[in-house]
Design a protein around this ligand. Structure first.
Ligand code: AMP
Length: 329
């Protein structure tokens, strides 16, 4: 039985050769902000050849679901409830998608089995560390409505996502405890995972652990969201971005799919971003977008437009106390 790495490699080689998979050339530049070295991936082909979207289909075009009966040339593995696919249009080679076999909606949260398969795949798929992400909901930057978790390998000097530089500053971090970082002006929650549990060979143990961590974090995110935007009606569907490495999980609620930046020539650019941007990877489709992202001096303010501005730490503390009293009453 070939290893998962071999299967990915051979599917990728033949999918590229047969024209089933396109690897878009990219040029990488950086912009350092608040200790995070953001990576800007300039992918000019994306401006000429936009990837079809079923969430925002082109006018007059019927949305097509590419994940219900995926292209057989892109299937790396089929499991009982999922297909493991190559991303047809990738910037990072070996970008993988885990799609449910039956239709499930991308605005639904990840479930413990989704997290387990994503984690097991990441453990086996790459020789370098990887990043799992999930763009949940209409404002999250997702382009497909059918549930799909994504995985990319991290390599070279970026074997941790750029945002990790801030996580490393947490003093004496404890497994399972939920943190928000003072440096980040937008609402977010993150937690440190217990490597010992994740290394366990027993799927049931790992699945239960990942589910417990994810739903604990999701609860904390909703709590932060209520503080940041008390007017937001309760029970409204939230869009959010999820990122996970072998060490951390992070959630960022989303208010808008696009943020706005002014280029040096005064043009207003609307830039769509997804979970990758909160890991520190930003996508530019034109030279103007690239230079604007590269030279803007407040990328964190740009990311805040996509999410929710945090209240000052004192206000958060006061509101949390009020909310606790409210729930107790
Ligand atoms: P997102 O845009 O985050 O919803 O992720 C969906 C991903 O699916 C994108 O990165 C696309 O490149 C990829 N994609 C689009 N169509 C196909 C397809 N037919 N087969 C495999 N991947 C696809």
């Amino acid at each position: 039985m070939p290893s998962l790495q071999d299967q990915i490699q051979s599917t990728f080689t033949s999918a590229k050769a047969s024209g089933n998979c396109f690897v878009f050339e990219s040029e990488v530049s950086t912009n350092k902000d608040h200790g995070i070295e953001f990576q800007i991936n300039y992918v000019p082909t994306l401006a000429k050849k936009p990837v079809p979207s079923s969430i925002h289909p082109e006018k007059g075009k019927k949305p097509v679901n590419p994940f219900l009966n995926p292209d057989p040339g892109l299937i790396v593995q089929s499991y009982d409830h999922y297909h493991l696919l190559l991303n047809k249009f990738c910037v990072v080679p070996y970008h993988l998608l885990i799609v449910t076999k039956e239709f499930q909606d991308q605005s639904q949260p990840l479930l413990p089995p989704d997290l387990l398969i994503a984690w097991r795949t990441m453990q086996e798929a790459y020789t370098t560390p990887g990043l799992i992400f999930y763009n949940c909901g209409d404002e999250s930057g997702a382009s497909q409505q059918h549930k799909h978790v994504q995985l990319i390998p991290l390599d070279g000097k970026g074997i941790q996502p750029p945002i990790q530089a801030l996580f490393n500053k947490i003093d004496n971090p404890k497994h399972g405890e939920i943190y928000s970082l003072n440096e980040l002006p937008f609402v977010h929650v993150l937690l440190l995972l217990d490597a010992k549990v994740l290394e366990n060979k027993d799927d049931e143990i790992v699945e239960e652990y990942l589910g417990e961590m994810f739903f604990g974090l999701l609860d904390a995110m909703f709590q932060q969201l209520r503080i940041a935007d008390p007017e937001r009606p309760r029970g409204t569907k939230a869009s959010y971005n999820f990122i996970m490495t072998s060490r951390y999980m992070m959630l960022v609620p989303r208010r808008a799919e696009c943020g706005v930046l002014k280029s040096s020539s005064g043009n207003v650019l609307r830039l769509s971003m997804n979970s990758m941007s909160f890991a520190g990877f930003l996508l530019a489709k034109t030279r103007e977008e690239r230079s604007t992202l590269q030279y803007t001096n407040d990328l964190l303010a740009f990311l805040t437009q996509l999410g929710y501005e945090r209240k000052s730490p004192e206000t958060e503390q006061e509101m949390e106390t009020l909310q606790e009293e409210d729930t107790e009453a």
